[in-house]
Design a protein. Structure first.
Length: 302
């Protein structure tokens, strides 16, 4: 798939704040595309920094956040969403006037509200974004340069945004191989609640339920491919996903109400041995998936 850029993209110095799977894969992708001159990284975890340098993901590493941010032309916040406002407060006094800041958070409403509350406004050169990509693994050692190939990245402009800054972040993600689309904050959180946050919640709760059954050892022993595929994401970072669910709780609760109604309908159909209702729901679901879901370009490491 060919990604058309507004113009050839190149950033002299990219700073990744929080060098894990997402930030590390972005750094690798831009290096592979010859779209970055130097990658610098900050992380509170010095072991992660050392791994990033050892693997060649980062060219320079810093344990001082302000020092790292002051050097950068683009700063990518790949930290937990709950600390992004504090990170912004630390870096805003030292960033270059033309530097662009963006994030990769899975929720947007809470991030935007927290930053605005902490700073008193949303900076014009802060461009919220969210790459819809990842694996159940985490850590810079699991990053790879094709993670974003053929995947969508949502750009979430706000009313104060500088147009040039939005274009720069859009072109950065295209250079990483991603397909970009714009979306509003509320719509983003509603869509991600339904397509990402609820599936994670269900996968975690399914495995936890089965793990507490008396015959759990046999259940997991004979679990087939469908079970493994459905529950794969429950191997994701629990702390990360607990924060995401809490930060997007309102949108998730809205979807959960609809989900619970569907489960109640199926429960009643099973009680009544109502095959027609079960078949209707299953058939409608198959039709929807067949028509609306397209397999993304292969981008996982085997």
């Amino acid at each position: 798939m060919k990604i058309e850029l507004s113009k050839p993209f190149f950033v002299e110095t990219l700073c990744i704040v929080g060098i894990g799977l997402i930030g590390g894969s972005l750094a690798r992708a831009l290096k592979s595309a010859n779209a970055v001159g130097k990658v610098i990284a900050y992380d509170a975890n010095e072991e992660a920094l050392s791994k990033a340098k050892e693997l060649g993901v980062a060219d320079e590493i810093y344990t001082d956040l302000a020092e790292a941010a002051a050097l950068a032309d683009i700063i990518v916040l790949a930290t937990p969403i709950t600390v992004m406002a504090e990170v912004m407060a630390t870096i805003m006094p030292v960033v270059k006037p033309a530097a662009v800041i963006t994030d990769v958070g899975s929720t947007k409403g809470s991030v935007v509200r927290d930053i605005e509350a902490r700073l008193g406004e949303l900076p014009g050169r802060f461009v919220p974004a969210h790459p819809i990509a990842g694996t159940e693994k985490h850590g810079v050692e699991n990053s790879f340069d094709t993670l974003y190939h053929g995947r969508r990245t949502l750009i979430i402009p706000h009313i104060n945004n500088n147009h040039e800054a939005v274009t720069i972040i859009r072109d950065m993600w295209k250079a990483a191989g991603s397909i970009t689309e714009e979306m509003g904050v509320k719509h983003h959180d509603q869509v991600l609640a339904a397509t990402s946050h609820i599936p994670h919640l269900l996968a975690f709760s399914t495995v936890d339920t089965l793990a507490n059954l008396d015959d759990r050892a046999e259940i997991f022993r004979f679990a087939a491919g469908g079970f493994r595929d459905f529950t794969r994401i429950s191997a994701s970072d629990p702390a990360l996903w607990a924060d995401i669910c809490l930060q997007n709780r309102e949108s998730i609760l809205e979807v959960l109400v609809a989900y619970q109604k569907k489960l109640d309908t199926l429960k009643e159909a099973l009680d009544e041995k109502d095959r027609d209702t079960i078949l209707e729901i299953f058939s409608r679901a198959k039709h929807a998936r067949d028509n609306f879901y397209q397999e993304p370009v292969k981008n996982r490491q085997d």
